[in-house]
Design a protein around this ligand. Structure first.
Ligand code: ADP
Length: 294
């Protein structure tokens, strides 16, 4: 069985600038992959190459063993791109139905419209919809062909909380059935909550690739929150393991690479230390650390 997506040594240059630099990526079926990275890291370029919308300067891309454009033609891929244009003068239900007609085995239109939460907009013209409503229509169009691979670029931009939840519910239902989803997002919590694998891009390269927990472990630091009468950054910064101190409120937050050693010394040296709480690294801290603070 060919992989859902396979990028091999993919590079993309625009003149002198390198948008992607030797990216390898293999997505097996059933995975939900988040592509993360600062602005300009190459996320959109990577998704565009995976969809066959942009040729790589070097390297190869394959989707279910086909050239990406061929996979798209065969209806294997559903796509939601940022700000892609929609026909303005047609009704939502007409657009979803017409799109369904382009696929060999589409999902039932009614079902798709309910899943994407556009059933209540069925008779509205696209031109009259809000940004969030349009985004839901784009999602319906991505789903209706019942694709084995969903490629979503910032899918929840403009959606309210309910719309976001509905979208991820549907994506999760599909991946639970063995379908694959690759999405780019700015919302790290979405990667944390919904992706079983994160690919972190910086300056066109993959700087980390693995389950969210593994990405957090790569950084390894944890945080100690402590209340103190007179928190002094210098004294706290000298404790074993501490990399960084933030004095805030009536206490401090210590970032440490060895929380056991830090805690022992903290209690030994600071009689007024209380309300101590430790937490593992969150994805945001890992992101900042691995992408060089961009
Ligand atoms: P991201 O989606 O992570 O923000 P992009 O893939 O859009 O990153 O861009 C990666 C790099 O390629 C950036 O430095 C961007 O300026 C550059 N780039 C993207 N598209 C073009 C283009 N059409 N012409 C020139 N440079 C581009």
């Amino acid at each position: 069985m060919p992989n859902a997506l396979e990028l091999t040594a993919v590079s993309k240059r625009y003149g002198q600038s390198r948008a992607l630099d030797g990216v390898d990526l293999t997505a097996v079926e059933g995975q939900t992959i988040a592509v993360l990275g600062p602005n300009g890291a190459g996320k959109s370029t990577l998704l565009s190459i995976a969809l066959g919308l942009l040729p790589p300067t070097s390297g190869t891309a394959a989707v279910f063993g086909h050239p990406p454009a061929e996979a798209l033609r065969r209806g294997l891929v559903g796509v939601l791109l940022q700000e892609s244009g929609l026909l303005e003068d047609v009704r939502v239900d007409e657009l979803v139905k017409a799109t369904a007609g382009m696929y060999a085995k589409p999902l039932p239109v009614e079902h798709t419209m309910r899943a994407a939460r556009v059933d209540d907009l069925a008779r509205q013209r696209i031109g009259r919809l809000s940004g969030g409503q349009r985004q839901r229509v784009r999602f319906a169009l991505a789903l209706v062909g019942d694709p084995r691979l969903l490629v979503l670029d910032e899918p929840t931009v403009g959606l309210d909380v309910d719309g976001r939840r509905a979208l991820w519910q549907e994506v999760s239902a599909r991946t639970a059935q063995g379908h694959t989803a690759v999405f780019a997002t700015h919302y790290l919590t979405e990667a944390d909550d919904y992706a079983d694998r994160v690919i972190l891009l910086a300056r066109g390269r993959v700087v980390a690739d693995g389950p969210v927990e593994k990405i957090k472990e790569l950084v390894g630091d944890s945080e100690i929150h402590v209340t103190l009468d007179r928190p002094e950054a210098d004294a706290l910064g000298a404790l074993p393991g501490v990399r960084q101190v933030r004095v805030e409120g009536g206490g401090a937050v210590l970032r440490t690479k060895d929380s056991d050693a830090t805690l022992r010394a903290l209690f030994a040296g600071f009689a007024d230390a209380r309300n101590v709480r430790t937490a593992g690294t969150d994805l945001e801290s890992a992101f900042v650390s691995l992408t060089g603070g961009e």
